[in-house]
Design a protein around this ligand. Structure first.
Ligand SMILES: N#[N+]C[C@@H]1[C@@H](O)[C@H](O)[C@@H](O)[C@@H]2O[C@H]12
Length: 444
């Protein structure tokens, strides 16, 4: 059978995030997070749904690890809930919180699954939000202390460490558009948060270099997407360039080039005046870049749009999120970041799709998700062939979970989670992905 073989040692995993899967939000000393507060605020999430129980991964993780092992996964990307470790964001460590993640890492290692740990996937301790949150530079210092605590506790048992997940989303959706926690609609605030998140990243990498685990690696995960002009008109091209600067380059440039990209005056003036020392800190070298890829952006010049940029509505093969299925964008993106930013290594830390999955007689047939993953993996394989140092792929997500403001209405998982019982049911895509992982090859 024709197949695309991946390099030996390629990581095949799935990804989740603490607030989206764990539940147990009041258990074993966990403090409140900004997502607890946001999801319990009327009108913020689909039907007022919250992550209070989510997938109950906090208690069911042994079963979930067994599912991963049966799939033949050799890696698992998860995030640590900062409020489980420091209920108030700083101060005394909550030992029971640390113990949970020690048990999870033990279970993964027991099944030869490499842990890939994300330090921050948006669930900031509410106590820090009440001191200004990411608008307060001190939060970045507390983040570095939190990171250092985990380096000491889990060390080399975790080979891959990610400082931040999608800081653009945390900053912009959470502070400019109000669609995510903490729910502000203040663009200058959002730009200060961009800078403070980058500083937090730099301080955490420095702490890692100073006395973190010796044999492990650290990186950051960015949400990236190719930006294309709707037409060949110069104005649309300029709009695409600006959208690229405001989304992709806003983080890629500081981290890999030590400087922000050129931005429109209004946008630039909202960024704090960064000192050379701060930019050096932010661009402390990382071992890898995590890429979260879902779709491309098509934009046009639009005087009514943000900074004159209008998003062209996606057309064609759409997911339940309304995103265009565009596998070629993964290839284009991987080639671009490789050629322009030269990361030592790259992982696809998230790629996946929500479709209208239905369970019938205990079966979930999801051919569109199989096609989605097969097409994206074929582009990933081509990128490797073109020289991109791609070392692994994490499907988003292991299981259906709390999709932020969409609640449980969007199903991304390979495992179908039955409402109420929370029973996990393998979708057909789970069996297909298991074959890929076990063969280290994609069947064509
Ligand atoms: N939406 N969507 C799915 C997925 C979300 O569930 C993750 O938490 C984020 O890291 C990223 O946005 C991608």
């Amino acid at each position: 059978m024709a197949e695309l073989r991946f390099p030996d040692g390629f990581l095949w995993g799935t990804a989740t995030a603490s607030y989206q899967v764990e539940g147990a939000v009041r258990e074993d000393g966990r403090g409140e997070s900004i997502w607890d507060r946001f999801s319990h605020t009327p009108g913020k999430t689909f039907e007022g749904q919250t992550g209070d129980v989510a997938c109950d991964h906090y208690h069911r993780y042994p079963e979930d690890v067994e599912h991963m092992a049966r799939m033949g996964m050799n890696a698992y990307r998860f995030s640590v809930a900062w409020p489980r470790i420091f209920p108030e964001g700083k101060g005394p460590v909550n030992q029971k919180g640390l113990d949970f993640y020690r048990r999870l890492v033990d279970a993964l290692q027991g099944r030869h699954i490499q842990p890939c740990l994300t330090l921050y996937h948006w669930d900031l301790p509410q106590a820090l939000q009440e001191k200004g949150g990411w608008d307060n530079r001190d939060t970045g210092r507390y983040f570095a202390e939190y990171a250092h605590t985990l380096y000491q506790a889990l060390g080399d048992r975790v080979p891959l460490w990610i400082t931040l997940n999608e800081p653009w989303v945390a900053a912009i959706l959470g502070h400019a558009f109000g669609q995510h926690a903490p729910g502000f609609g203040d663009f200058p605030l959002a730009m200060r948060v961009v800078h403070h998140l980058l500083l937090a990243h730099g301080w955490a990498v420095e702490a890692f270099r100073h006395d973190g685990p010796r044999r492990a690696q650290i990186g950051i995960t960015l949400n990236l997407s190719p930006v294309e002009p709707a037409t060949g008109k110069e104005a649309d091209g300029q709009a695409a360039d600006l959208a690229d600067r405001f989304t992709n380059r806003l983080f890629l440039d500081p981290i890999f080039r030590g400087a922000y990209p050129e931005l429109p005056d209004l946008m630039r003036s909202a960024l704090p005046q960064a000192t050379p020392e701060e930019m050096e800190r932010i661009s402390t070298p990382v071992d890898f870049l995590g890429v979260n890829y879902y779709t491309r952006q098509v934009v046009e010049a639009d005087p009514q749009g943000l900074y004159g940029v209008g998003m062209v509505p996606a057309r064609g093969d759409l997911t339940e999120m309304g995103w265009e299925v565009y596998p070629q964008g993964l290839y284009d993106l991987l080639i671009r970041v490789h050629r322009e930013y030269h990361p030592q290594a790259v992982y696809v830390t998230e790629n996946g799709a929500a479709f209208a999955d239905e369970i019938q007689d205990g079966e979930v047939d999801d051919p569109r998700r199989i096609a989605y993953v097969r097409e994206h993996l074929s582009r990933a394989h081509a990128a490797i062939g073109a020289g991109v140092p791609l070392k692994g792929y994490f499907y988003w997500s292991l299981m259906d979970n709390f999709e932020w403001a969409f609640g449980y209405s969007k199903r991304f998982g390979l495992l179908y989670v039955v409402p109420g019982s929370l029973e996990r049911v393998w979708k057909r895509s789970a069996r297909w992905y298991a074959q890929v992982a076990q063969a280290n090859a994609v069947p064509l």
